[in-house]
Design a protein around this ligand. Sequence first.
Ligand code: NAD
Length: 475
Amino acid sequence: MADVIDVINPATEEILGQVPRGTAADAHAAVAAAKAAFPAWSRTPATVRAGLLHEAANKIQAHTDELTHLLTVEEGKPWVENEEEIFWVHDTFHYYAELGRHERGRFLPPGDPDQINFVVKEPYGVVVCIVPWNFPLLLLAWKLAPALAAGNTVVIKPSEYTPLSTLRLIELGFDHFPAGVVNVVTGYGPEVGEPLVNHPDVPLIAFTGSLATGQRIAALAAPSMKKLHLELGGKDPLVVAPDVDLATAVSATAYAGLINAGQVCTSAERIYVHESIFGRFSEELADFVGKLRLGNGLDRQTDVGPMLRDSFRTKVEQVVAEAVRAGGKVLVGGGRPAHLERGFFLEPTVMVNVNHEMRLMREETFGPVLPLMPYSDFDEAIALANDTEFGLGATLLTHDARLVKRFYEGVKAGTIWINDPLTDNFAGPFGGMKMTGGGRELGQEGLDEFYEVKHVHWDVEGQLKEYWFPYGAGE
Ligand code: NAD
């Protein structure tokens, strides 16, 4: 058994480097280091922690080019998307540096005049952060920054596909932190992730990844009742109303479904277009998507990069082929580009004649495929949007305020986008409903996930109470 893992560039298929294939012993050593660091870190004043987090943000920002390059060769998405990822990463650390020192609980009106009542927010202890490969640094930052700001110490388990950028981020950005506060173990989920999940000294697991892994982690954590923060899969709908400007709507839809080659939890994977514009919309979308430039993310002209691995591409091809056998029609794409000899590229694909019987419209595709279905009235569009086990995000393109209200009230999803899909605003929460898991990242909610609350009832006078035993004393 190899004791290292090769990290591969999905655009060239070259080996970029190797990382240790971690074991249970590595997991246990990391938890022990984090546990030893916790008492001092949790007592460190929040203003001091804020200073250290701002410094981390500044160091990360100063290395934007290096980290963007590493992300591009390791994960494959275009340079511009990775540069944006690094921006969001250092901004997250600035944001939680400030939020973490803002408040740590609240003061309550007392239940009795002699009492003082307050709620204290406390860190959990050692937090394990398990992260996927599609936005490896962003999704780490959304956990690491609030976890540290709240006073927890952390063990990070990056994806086995994208560990290099994580290791470099921690090396560059956190060398000024006390030893043991931030730890990383690399390796495979079952070999190093499960020992972390099972460890008795880990009270909280913050996980982003697939539904299947989330279910496995939840099952492992159940006997010890660990706190879970779960951000799982999605099957996001995008609804196009009849009033849209066609060119703008086409461009928004292509962006929503094809950034990171569709390998985004909030990718628009089901597109519902009003029947009055369905024909023109699908033709124009196919035309637009057919002109996107597929290539190596290091080329600044590239719109769409490769998929992460050949096996992921094969799975998407199978789902498309299955839909075609059931009557689906490919308007553009669907194949492997002839001009790119190496790399796990799949042409961005637009499909029609699809329905909810198909796996394409039910399971997370996680690839560059835009399947379109017509709808006739808006209630039908909302019903189609809700016809999924997931509830991460949903987009509506319209300028009709009445439709907007019906949409955000009627659709069961953690994020609703109107006319500008897949944007983030750190001041507000991000997360899902239904089988996406109930975790929330960003905003105050994303900090509160890393605190336990304690309600203190303090009777300052400490006098005898007439409502204590014996009940019959006053009769
Ligand atoms: P994955 O579930 O395969 O892996 C995620 C992480 O879990 C990796 O670090 C992996 O090594 C680890 N892991 C795997 N098995 C494990 C186990 N038994 N115990 C502990 N850890 C284990 O997911 P992925 O392929 O890396 O990422 C894609 C998935 O992530 C998609 O389903 C996508 O929708 C989801 N995702 C969700 C969000 C969100 O915010 N909801 C964001 C991004 C990605």
